[in-house]
Design a protein around this ligand. Sequence first.
Ligand code: SF4
Length: 367
Amino acid sequence: MSGIYLHIPFCLSKCAYCGFFSVPSVKHKAAFLEVLRQEIIQRKDYLHGEKVETVYFGGGTPSILTIEELQAIFKVLRDNYEIDPKAEITLEANPDTLSLEYLEGLRSLGVNRLSIGIQSFFDNDLKYLSRKHNAEHAQQCVKMAKDAGFSNISLDLIYGLPTSDAAQWNRNLDLFFEMDIPHLSAYALTLEPNAILTKLIEQGKAAPVNEDDAVRDYEILCRRAAENGYLHYEISNFCKPGMHSRHNASYWFGTPYAGFGSSAHSYDGTSRQWNSASLAGDASSVTRETLTPEQKYNEYVMLRLRTMWGIDLKYLKREMGERFSSYCEQQAQPLIAQGRLSQTREFLYLTDGQMLFADGIAEELFY
Ligand code: SF4
């Protein structure tokens, strides 16, 4: 069992808040795709022939690729890896790149999960974020995705915006729930050091971000998601039962995955590697790191605590030894006494309302 991640670093323009590696131009797209093709072939033994159960196109804006370009990538993938016929195949898309014809093309290639970067259904929010689409098109493209036959759809929304108040955030959520979409990824607006928005705020040219707004919106989000029958399965992710992202969950369950393209990460079960954040970010410019047992434990604790599955103490004992499982249980005791963690016989979970503090709690459990 394994996964494949492909990073497509091109966008139509640069959003003001963006801290990802992405290039607002398609000038080097053909050269990049050739490097990507070679990387997919050269690293075909990385997954040791394991069946691929999830494929994820992230970015950037993967939907900037034409159907023909995507078809060529799928051919190289299928020629070199055993892709499970039931694999979850996700493509991240931005509304400004979508049409019904394009979405039908994606379906015909086998893409069966669509993650759409809506961010907000309100024009004042979208303008603040300098997104290319408007509120009307945000709604239209969800309808188009359904018309094209997609049922496994995820929407991205951003909260904690100075252009929005609690009423507007509630209205964004109303629209999401009315659309009956099975998955939501919601992120607080964060000011990345290299983002245009950060500089604009520093210069007094854009409204500042208030952390209290993000906390308020997150509480609204958690409450309303639960009321509408969504599982809060990871800090930023909510889904109808059974509709979680299988690809993202595989990161939390330690499944090996190969990452191709600029800045993509890979993990083979013991070591991690990542391509450089450049357009030529291929296997020739890779950084490798073999995790020490302590790093492996800390990483497991941090990732799993952020999820509804929690820390599996039996797994810790089996995979990392008594030393780590006992240490974890011992460190957890004061947190359990404070009501921040709860423990069943095999699992340690965050208690209700503690998701927002998951990273700080994980640090208390670190070795
Ligand atoms: S679409 Fe996404 S990756 Fe591209 S610039 Fe905007 S935020 Fe960054």
